[in-house]
Ligand binder design. Sequence first.
Ligand SMILES: NC(=O)c1ccc[n+]([C@@H]2O[C@H](COP(=O)([O-])OP(=O)(O)OC[C@H]3O[C@@H](n4cnc5c(N)ncnc54)[C@H](OP(=O)(O)O)[C@@H]3O)[C@@H](O)[C@H]2O)c1
Length: 338
Amino acid sequence: MPTNRQVLLASRPEGQAKPDNFKLVSSETPALQDGQVLVRHHYLSVDPYMRGRMNDSRSYAAPQPVGEVFQGGTVGEVIESRNDAYRAGDKVVGMGGWQEYSVVDPKQPGVLRKVDDSQVPLSYYLGAVGMPGVTAWYGLTQIIQPKAGETVTATAATGAVGSTFAALAKARDCRVVGVAGGPEKCSYATEELGYDACVDYKAHGDVASMNAALKQACPDRIDGHFENVGGYILDAIMLRLNAHSRIVLCGMIAGYDGQPLPMAYPALLLTNRVKLQGFIVSEHMDLWPKALAELTGLVVSGKLRPRESISEGIASAPEALLGLLKSRNFGKQLVKLI
Ligand SMILES: NC(=O)c1ccc[n+]([C@@H]2O[C@H](COP(=O)([O-])OP(=O)(O)OC[C@H]3O[C@@H](n4cnc5c(N)ncnc54)[C@H](OP(=O)(O)O)[C@@H]3O)[C@@H](O)[C@H]2O)c1
């Protein structure tokens, strides 16, 4: 059995997460028992939610245990099987964690699923045709429920969730406006992802300036907003909402290292009769097949081909997560192992 390099959570962060919160170790892969399969991981997923799991705080999911393999999504290939339903060569998506190999008992619900990489790149099963894609789908279709012609907006517009949001909203004939950091990301949003306009928040560092930029980008104001960041950008969005608009509270990455994110104008929720709803995508597994079917169709038809930020090798995983929390990724963040 192969030697397996693994990234463990070594300690819990105080404030900002740091490289020494992680530890790289090697271990021997145990021999397979009946029913198990050995998966070689091709890509590890790096996601913002991982920062929250590093804390020992009450949340919707249990904290990542210290001293154990860092949990996360993986795609790869079965290289040995003692399970009749899986053969060597099968491509699979699962929750293998930050390690090069995993031994999996596929009978446990939700741990492993076969995927077809003949038309969809394998890595996309961690992005546009995976958890982030379903997240965009759920927030748009189930919470915003847009009508054709409405204006919808998203922050972190070029990321894994935001890029999928644009394709889904364009397919529903909305005016789609993104907010992203820097001119390069904004050009990519409009030229490649289908956004009708994109506001560079780095050029608009306060509410008044963001409000003015959003006024230009959203002449009919905003009917639905998909929030990934929090802070003054959300305040500026709220100033431009229409009556009966909907806000999806998907993420608040600007506060994941513990920064407070006060909301400046909560009274606007009342005066505009706004629906504001948070959600966790893993609590809606019944809708994943419907979402994945639409997302697969968009990828296969070429309407959704978002870029990826790929770091190389297992040892690069911690820095990839720390970089994601500092906006250094450009598209879905992955770690490539082979
Ligand atoms: N509710 C759920 O079930 C669920 C599921 C998946 C994801 N999420 C949330 O969805 C959001 C997007 O996730 P993702 O996987 O698609 O990540 P992502 O957008 O690919 O990457 C994160 C992006 O957030 C932006 N960002 C980071 N720190 C920021 C800051 N301080 N201020 C403003 N922007 C900042 C950066 O983009 P810019 O350079 O453009 O600033 C960065 O590239 C996250 O908040 C995540 O927690 C929620």
